[in-house]
Write a protein that binds this ligand. Structure first.
Ligand code: FAD
Ligand code: SF4
Length: 410
């Protein structure tokens, strides 16, 4: 059962599992000895184990497995590209259809919230070593949680007002409600991780200053800057042209209540482009996506493409923007050219949203990791998924512990 998106911003109409349907679904599991689903979850959330727990009505046990391995288990249950990960690997796929792993994970986390389960505890006795995490996105959150569970003192410094990174400021809330993000983050706060908000750590100089107060630093600042289109005939500075990250952030901050005109075009074929299109549709515009390659080449996940299709959003493929058309200093239209160069299309456009990729912000380009400085997540892997950032953040935490142990032994 895939998620159906309501046309109201922030509302999803998905039917959820209950205890009976969850146990029924879990009992479809073949209990494979080698659990390929667990092998193919980047963060090691171990669906093989939590499905078994749900099958035997041990919901607390299931929640414990999820949280212990993946502190962002609630968010991941909703937005992981499961069809390419755990569910693709599920042995049941070869018989009929995969176990609905994401939905079982979502069910367990919801029960945790409803019954106020406390499944994780940080040790009371703290280990020697203070760690600073820069950025409060999935990578730093996973790193901080792991370090805290191991008994270290961790402080997160975040430039924005709220933690979560793309979870809070990017992804459309109909796919990922803010309540789910906040519940996951509460679990991290409960472990004793400290959060300093509205605090930007700008590159080398600021990091050097942090080094005076902390024994190790983790950088998880992601790819916060939208890439600029390399076409001098597209005027990025006129009213009406906006980049994807700024558009999504403004929409979230205003709960979808923004005026973007009647005719909107999103340029791009990835998850970010699909999120922009969904958002624009929910705001109530006449929206189309234009992508320069074929639909098969589009990097967006299957689920995102399906949602966009269900919402009736047209995707025009094999066309790229050629030039913007201006009237009285603001955007009036856009001209597109076909991939083979033979045809052009002109559209009346009030808003052009450019979703053509992200890159690191200036202070973090060509970052050199040296003594006591670690990094993970999108900044290092070039832009992947939340579950991959969780995996990378956990690995960075282990590297930090190894570094602190070696330092202590000297
Ligand atoms: C619109 C959109 C939709 C996506 N959809 C999906 C999806 O459906 N499924 C999926 O798995 N992945 C999706 N992704 C990818 C996923 O969100 C990222 O891979 C993941 O968030 C990376 O985590 P991160 O911690 O590395 O970076 P981020 O999430 O970018 O977090 C970085 C944090 O660092 C902060 N920061 C930046 N600079 C500074 C500074 N100088 N000082 C202090 N703090 C700073 C930022 O404010 C932010 O909070 C999507 C991404 C986008 C943009
Ligand atoms: S975290 Fe994502 S990939 Fe891992 S088991 Fe859960 S849904 Fe699957």
């Amino acid at each position: 059962m895939t998620r159906t998106i309501d046309l109201e911003y922030g509302k999803s109409m998905k039917r959820k599992l209950n205890i009976r349907t969850a146990m029924e679904e879990a009992s479809r599991c073949l209990l494979c000895h080698d659990a390929p689903c667990s092998r193919d979850c980047p963060a090691g959330t171990d669906p093989g184990s939590f499905i078994r727990s749900i099958r035997f009505r041990n919901i607390k046990g299931a929640t414990e497995t999820i949280r212990k391995n993946n502190i962002l288990g609630g968010c991941c249950s909703l937005i992981c590209p499961r069809e390419k990960l755990c569910e693709e690997a599920c042995s049941r796929t070869g018989i009929d259809k995969p176990i609905r792993i994401g939905e079982l994970q979502e069910f367990a986390i919801e029960q945790e919230k409803i019954f106020g389960m406390e499944v994780l505890k940080a040790p009371k006795d703290k280990k020697k070593g203070k760690i600073a995490c820069v950025g409060a996105g999935p990578a730093s959150l996973a790193c901080a949680a792991k370090l805290s569970l191991e008994g270290y003192d961790v402080t997160i410094f975040e430039a924005e007002e709220k933690p979560g990174g793309v979870l809070t400021y990017g992804i459309n809330p109909s796919r990922l409600p803010q309540g789910v993000v906040e519940h996951d983050i509460k679990k991290i706060k409960d472990l004793g991780v400290k959060f300093v908000m509205n605090k930007r750590i700008d590159g080398k100089k600021d990091i050097k200053k942090l080094k005076d107060d902390f024994d190790a630093i983790h950088i998880g600042v992601g790819l916060g800057k939208s890439k600029e289109i390399e076409n001098k005939y597209i005027n990025k500075n006129i009213d009406g042209v906006i980049n994807a990250l700024d558009f999504l952030k403004t929409a979230r901050e205003n709960n979808g209540k923004i005026d973007i005109g009647e005719d909107v075009i999103v340029v791009g074929g990835g998850d970010v482009a699909m999120d922009c299109a969904m958002t624009a549709k929910q705001i109530g515009t006449n929206i189309s996506i234009v992508y320069r390659r074929t639909i098969e080449e589009a990097p967006a996940s299957y689920e995102e493409l399906e949602i966009v299709q269900k919402m009736g959003i047209p995707i025009i493929t094999n066309f790229a923007p050629e030039k913007t058309i201006e009237e009285n200093g603001r955007l009036a239209g856009v001209s597109f050219r076909s991939r083979d160069g033979h045809s052009t299309m002109n559209f009346k456009v009030d808003k052009l949203i450019l979703a053509i990729g992200q890159e690191a912000s200036l202070g973090y380009r060509d970052l050199k990791l040296s003594d006591g400085i670690f990094a993970s997540g999108d900044l290092i892997n070039g832009g992947e998924t939340v579950v991959q950032a969780v995996a990378d953040g956990k690995k960075a935490a282990l590297d930090i512990i190894d570094y602190l142990n070696k330092k202590e032994a000297k």
